[in-house]
Design a protein around this ligand. Sequence first.
Ligand code: CUA
Length: 304
Amino acid sequence: MQSALSPGGPEAALLGQLAWVLFIGAALIFVFVMALAAVAVFSRPRAIDGERWIVGGGLVFPVTVLSVLLVYAYRTGASIADVGVPGALQIEVIGRLWWWEVRYRNPDGSQTVLANELRVPVGRPVELFLTSDDVIHSFWLPALAGKLDMIPGHVNRLVFSADRPGIHRGQCAEYCGRQHAFMAFYVIAEDPADFERWLARESRPAVPPSDPFLREGLEAFMRGGCGTCHTIRGTQADGRLGPDLTHIGSRRSLGAGVLDNHVGTIAGWIADTQTIKPGSLMPETRVFSGRELRAVAAYLDSLE
Ligand code: CUA
């Protein structure tokens, strides 16, 4: 769900409430002003006290309404900008052209790196450290966290929590170039036990393939030069330019939300990146034979 009007956590609920208060308040005032306009148009002309209307309707009323709204919106913003929460799960999210690098800060100082997807435990606060590696992006996760800019050389912090399991979509909300519209991500809120199991698995290196076809895929992947840009922990692939692929088979989407993730779309993406996401920094990799392409796709799909 990607909507500020269906909040999945307490911070998003406050933002949702703010949106409704603003919307309903604006609607009531609009109706009131239109009613006054109708009276002015359709009633007989008569003498009115113009000064009272101008001072009351043009000065006192807007100043009062806007002041109350300002205080309310400021207090809502302050209560959800409460960073430095003890016990929060800490995740760095780095905006890239046009995908998201995700780094879990583990208690032992290590990091678990993945891309375009976050998993969070229900009920525990999550503190995001948002920055960018190139241009300004904006992290927008309306159902859980609202929106915050990602600025090169600067870290913005955002705290949210999910109060029930669910899958939420987010996307970049600041125009950042040609594929801005295809810069999406998913946040999966799940039970704490499921989350811990997932994080433990995600932190492990990739399992070396035992199946001969998958081994062929790994060999073709290395021979094709994919490891120059991508990391698969546990193999010699240690590139940093593109997404970490160590557990790519467990992710929901490819190309930051462009395609569902399965063996067919992986093959299509490798062969035809520039048709699927023109301008993407991943070049088309036309070095594989049909069989090699199928083997590489099957190998990547097996990395769960
Ligand atoms: Cu990144 Cu728009």
